[in-house]
Design a protein. Structure first.
Length: 189
């Protein structure tokens, strides 16, 4: 274990970065606090001092992963732009060779644990779900947002994890147009 300098903010950040990587690659049940601590160059006791427990650390990881507006824009000008911008982001983020989607991998690899699923659900509601619902006008915004998120998660899963040929090899403009049309059904009240 590498000795860290005494800087509380840097130590906390190193632990969090180690945890994001570990939970995203191996899921909630696939990694322990000791492994995360060793990767961050600290002790498990220090991880627990900063985050309280593995569950507390995972909660912070979920917030870190779901807070940035990577898929749903923060302030779309009009609902039709929300559908288009979201489709564009999904296609770009799932293109062959694109950077992995940490929040989706985190969700996929951890959701089998009931407590992790509760934490993920709360993180989605606080961040990406709230952003999506806020961009919707009319009734049932929360339900429509969750239908939209289910569409995004399904396309991501089929395109990147399972790698079905039609989605994996789809031409970007065509796939973007189709997804925008599907999302517009969710976006329109």
């Amino acid at each position: 274990m590498e000795k860290r300098s005494r800087n509380a903010a840097a130590t906390r950040q190193a632990i969090l970065e180690s945890a994001v990587t570990a939970f995203t690659k191996r899921g909630y049940d696939g990694v322990g606090v000791r492994e995360i601590a060793a990767d961050a160059g600290v002790t498990a006791m220090l991880v627990n001092r900063y985050f309280g427990s593995k569950e507390g650390l995972f909660t912070e990881v979920v917030d870190t992963a779901f807070a940035p507006p990577t898929m749903i824009p923060d302030n779309p000008e009009v609902p039709v732009r929300l559908a288009r911008a979201t489709a564009e982001a999904l296609v770009a983020r799932t293109a062959p060779g694109a950077e992995h989607l940490g929040p989706f991998e985190l969700m996929l690899r951890s959701a089998a644990n009931p407590r992790a699923a509760d934490i993920i659900r709360a993180g989605i509601e606080r961040h990406v779900g709230a952003r999506f619902a806020a961009g919707l006008e009319g009734p049932d915004a929360q339900e429509r947002a969750e239908v939209g998120l289910a569409l995004l998660a399904g396309v991501w899963l089929m395109r990147t994890v399972i790698g079905t040929p039609a989605l994996r090899d789809s031409q970007t403009p065509v796939l973007t147009d189709r997804l925008a049309a599907m999302l517009s059904v969710v976006v329109d009240p």
